[in-house]
Design a binder for this molecule. Structure first.
Ligand code: AHG
Ligand code: MN
Ligand code: MN
Length: 330
């Protein structure tokens, strides 16, 4: 007999049943993100063929010219989530302010944050890109309107986080705080099937992943760390850098190693965005047994001050991240 197939719907339902107090709200949100992911995946696959390629004439909060796919994926996620009745607002890399729920729909207790397309600069060159999401429970009173402040939570308060990677296959990887599981999209049936149960990152690896063109602008200690990996470590390290956080993260999760986007002279607060990019990934990293830091503190402990704030990020296997901290803090 064929091995039992577990799709995303079954998995989320079985997880829900483990928690008798669960209302199913959460399960529905995850399923809707899975639905949006399939639509985005289909569009990504044909990006080389049709009108969707290329840039729009609009710019996002960070002054980056938006790719058509950024805008498309953003709309798909909003449309898939706003009518569920389970969330009270959203925040996205592509939208300056928070995204309220239209008054025609009822609201729920969850907040969803996302980076609709991560690695946008890779779209036009057929290289893996992704989607990142995080889910929080609203803390303020349910009777009032939500504000930006509702979204300024520490990463450790996340209740679920995940990413979708649009690679040689499309995968949906997520956690609700009880381990991380990966599902691969079978395009012939349009379902995410459990393919990578209970993912763990190796304690150390042999990959370092960083945009080394920025090295002249780093603190010397960071250069010394990278030099250590190259020349003085017992292990022979290799450099792998895709330039899509999701893709670099996914590879390092499976193989072990470290990803860095540290501060530099031009970007004293790093490049990656805390609320909807870094926190969900750091939450997943913690769940698979790895670490994420800004060099001073655990990423998950940072209290964000604004929706689009950036942070330095060093994350990956415990050995390489601890070694980084030894270098920069001595
Ligand atoms: P986004 O496409 O959502 O703006 O994110 C791009 C990010 C991230 O995916 C990646 O790790 C990093 O930018 C790459 O930056 P550099 O091109 O500066 O290396
Ligand atoms: Mn991104
Ligand atoms: Mn993006």
């Amino acid at each position: 007999m064929e091995k039992e197939l577990v799709n995303l719907t079954r998995f989320t339902l079985e997880e829900q049943r483990k928690h008798p107090e669960a209302t199913g709200d959460f399960t529905l949100i995850l399923q809707q993100i899975g639905f949006a992911a399939k639509i985005i995946s289909k569009e990504v696959n044909k990006a080389g063929l049709v009108r969707i390629l290329g840039k729009t004439d609009t710019f996002n909060y960070h002054g980056e010219q938006q790719q058509k796919l950024d805008v498309y994926a953003n709309e798909i996620l909003i449309n898939s989530l706003e009518y569920t009745g389970k969330i009270c607002g959203m925040a996205s890399e592509e939208v300056d302010d928070i995204i309220p729920i239209p008054s025609i729909y009822s609201k729920g207790k969850y907040l969803v944050v996302f980076d609709p397309i991560d690695g946008s600069s890779n779209i036009d060159v057929n290289i893996s890109i992704g989607t990142i999401f995080g889910i929080y429970k609203r803390k303020s009173s349910a009777s009032g309107n939500i504000t930006q402040k509702d979204f300024l939570n520490r990463g450790k308060d996340i209740v679920a986080a995940g990413y979708i990677i649009y690679g040689s296959s499309t995968m949906f990887v997520y956690t609700t705080g009880n381990g991380v599981n990966g599902f691969t999209l079978d395009p012939s049936v349009g379902e995410f099937l459990l393919s990578h149960p209970n993912l763990r990152i190796p304690e150390y690896g042999n990959i370092y992943s960083v945009n080394e063109a920025n090295s002249p602008y780093w603190d010397d200690k960071i250069n010394q760390y990278i030099d250590f990996l190259k020349k003085y470590s017992e292990r022979k390290y290799t450099l792998r850098y895709i330039g899509s956080l999701v893709s670099d993260f996914h590879r390092n999760l499976l193989k072990g190693g470290v990803f860095l986007y540290p501060a530099d002279i031009n970007r004293p607060n790093g490049k990656l965005r805390l609320v909807y990019e870094v926190n969900p990934m750091a939450f997943i990293m913690r769940q698979v047994g790895g670490m994420a830091t800004d060099g001073k503190q655990d990423i998950l402990e940072i209290l964000p001050e604004s929706l689009h704030q950036t942070t330095p990020l060093i994350m990956g296997s415990e050995f390489e991240v601890k070694k980084y901290l030894e270098f920069v803090n001595n």
